[in-house]
Write a protein that binds this ligand. Structure first.
Ligand SMILES: [Zn+2]
Length: 211
């Protein structure tokens, strides 16, 4: 199979929107979707919720007739290293770069950053760092691999509106799910991801009843 782009997918709202828009925009191209499960001491329950979200969302996309993708997953448990030694996004881009070496035909990398992300302290530096990792490890350059930001100018609300409701309700964005049972984990309403979502829900009551 030949692919146009590689799409890192976490099951969260932003990467779901980037995925949905891209699959729709290029129905005649194929895409390589991949999920990196990063299991460490503080995110074990998150990786469970994300895994459920990813599988449910991909199933829903297939049901809608969006079949122009393949899905691969990688799982790393680095809990024994203690506190996470690197940013998740660095590990994701390292893994993406190794996939790119196996697929030299791929010429786009889809990144789900939204307008709000660019306003955060240190975001541009982190972005530069993960771009460096991507190009270094894949041995590509800006001419043969473009990083595409389909959500760059969109607010969280706009991002949530482009995703059909039946898919939006399957997403999982909370960093620290609460609850002792894996089948009953709830959003924490305290992490940065929850706060942004809750703000949108407050400003647009009844528009997203199932989040
Ligand atoms: Zn949360």
């Amino acid at each position: 199979m030949n692919y146009r782009a590689i799409i890192p997918f976490s099951g969260g709202i932003d990467s779901t929107a980037a995925l949905f828009l891209t699959l729709n925009q290029y129905p005649n191209d194929n895409f390589l979707i991949f999920k990196v499960n990063l299991i460490n001491g503080s995110s074990a329950s998150r990786s469970i919720k994300e895994e459920i979200a990813v599988n449910a969302i991909l199933d829903e996309l297939r049901k809608m007739g969006l079949n122009n993708f393949s899905y691969r997953r990688l799982s790393y448990d680095y809990g024994q290293l203690g506190p996470p030694p690197i940013w998740d996004s660095e590990a994701v881009n390292f893994a993406a770069a190794t996939c790119l070496r196996a697929h030299p035909e791929i010429y786009e990398f889809i990144e789900g950053a939204i307008a709000f992300d660019y306003l955060q302290d240190g975001f541009q530096d982190r972005l530069k760092q993960i771009e460096k990792i991507l190009y270094l490890v894949s041995e590509r350059n800006r001419d043969d691999l473009k990083i595409i930001f389909p959500l760059k100018h969109m607010s969280k609300y706009e991002v949530m509106k482009v995703i059909p409701n039946e898919i939006l309700e399957l997403t999982w964005s909370c960093r620290y799910p609460e609850g002792t049972d894996n089948w009953n984990l709830q959003r924490c309403h305290k992490c940065p991801a929850c706060k942004v979502i809750d703000q949108v829900l407050n400003e647009h009551k009844n528009e997203f009843p199932k989040l």
